[in-house]
Design a protein around this ligand. Structure first.
Ligand SMILES: Cc1ncc(COP(=O)(O)O)c(C=O)c1O
Length: 377
């Protein structure tokens, strides 16, 4: 269940923290038509990862100029299709990809993604994407030589980033790279600060609140933008492509209890398990790294038992990775009782298998949406 007004409020709060920064919602976090339409109405653009996502974004009526192809992994056919759909902004990180963009999306603008360590993030996005700053000089030089517009740089500090230091390190790399590019006569006009801003309601692997230092992150980002503007030889615009931060805390799964059991392991220790109707393969794919607050609306208070929480399939990976992270479950819960799984509005409905073990992907509903955007701020 998605709360459209909550998402709209989150969008407004982010814009207030980072005035002037254009938002391109990372659709992969929540490719739900109603959510995209609401964000488009508020002025958001979209970070799309494929032509299919671009087509979905366009169905909101958004201007193609507000959509970029943010995935550095794309085939010739993907690039040509994106170009046909009107997209002119492409992320890249290799000379091979630049050559393909020049051929299949001639004249487009590219921004080069630089690698980060992903340190401090609960869902790191390092290694597969982004190049070194040295490579970025070559990539943007090659783009210009191939008739593309060398327009910007992008970073992603890793999803659910928990530290301000990661943002600081990203700004340091961007500043040094802008200076090096300027020395070569390449003056960029945009910096894409990526995603990575955290959700506030998720728990760590021990079931404790994560409490990311969000306010301090915004300070580091604001100061970082000033610094980057100061070092660059020309004016700079900033973009952000948040996914999780906008939607995670405004979506919840209404699951139910399959069974609460108590069994002995081979070493004689007793273990209690709570099996839910949703798990790793239908909504909680990130449960290795993140845990979610559970609410049992029909059992408030009363005695509880510390249980391992797991999904419904015959796969032993389909369980919270628990380092002492047992969850207090009301002793009296019975099969069929409702359970709210909170703060799982990001990467839930789409990150699911097509019926593994016969378990269907999650259906969804959207609530809210009646409040006018003006009233939300
Ligand atoms: C290119 C790109 N941008 C933005 C995001 C969104 O990241 P987050 O949900 O951490 O904000 C992702 C996530 O995978 C991504 O790959």
């Amino acid at each position: 269940m998605y709360d459209l007004d909550g998402i709209a409020r989150q969008y407004a709060a982010l814009r207030a923290e980072l005035p002037g920064v254009a938002v391109r919602f990372a659709m992969k976090a929540c490719p739900v038509d109603e959510v995209l339409a609401r964000l488009a109405r508020l002025g958001s653009g979209f970070d799309a990862a494929s032509p299919q996502e671009i087509a979905q974004a366009l169905r909101t009526g958004v201007d193609p100029g507000l959509i970029h192809y943010g995935n550095t992994v794309k085939s010739d056919r993907n690039i040509a299709e994106a170009h046909r759909l009107g997209v002119r902004d492409f992320a890249t990180d290799s000379p091979e990809d630049v050559a393909a963009i020049a051929e299949h999306a001639p004249g487009s603008r590219v921004f080069c993604r630089i690698a980060t360590t992903g340190e401090g993030a609960l869902w790191g996005l390092s290694r597969k994407f982004g190049c070194s700053p040295e490579d970025a000089l070559g990539v943007l030089g090659a783009a210009r030589a191939a008739g593309l517009v060398a327009s910007g740089l992008s970073v992603h500090v890793g999803s659910q980033q928990m530290t301000t230091e990661a943002w600081g390190a990203a700004i340091d790399s961007l500043a040094a790279l802008l200076e090096a590019l300027n020395r070569r006569g390449i003056v960029l006009d945009r910096i894409n600060l990526g995603g990575g801003l955290p959700a506030l309601g998720v728990l760590d692997r021990r079931g404790r609140p994560l409490e990311p230092p969000l306010d301090k992150m915004f300070v580091v980002i604001r100061e970082g933008m000033e610094r980057l503007r100061a070092v660059n030889a020309g004016p700079l615009d900033f973009l952000l492509e948040p996914g999780r931060h906008l939607v995670a805390d405004h979506g919840a799964i209404r699951a139910h209890v399959a069974r609460l059991t108590s069994r002995h392991r081979l070493d004689g220790t007793r273990e209690d398990w709570l099996y839910l109707s949703c798990g790793k393969f239908n909504g909680l794919y990130e449960m290795d790294q993140l845990q979610y607050r559970l609410e049992f609306p029909t059992h408030r208070g009363g005695p509880s038992v510390d249980a391992v929480v797991a999904g419904p399939t015959c796969d032993s990976d389909d369980a919270y990775a628990h380092e002492d992270g047992l969850v207090a479950v009301p002793r009296g819960v019975a099969s069929g009782d409702p359970v709210w799984v909170h703060s799982c509005g990001a990467y839930a409905t789409a990150y699911a298998t097509q019926g593994f073990n016969g378990v269907a992907p999650l259906p969804y509903i959207c609530v809210g949406g009646s409040t006018s955007d003006g009233e939300l701020a």
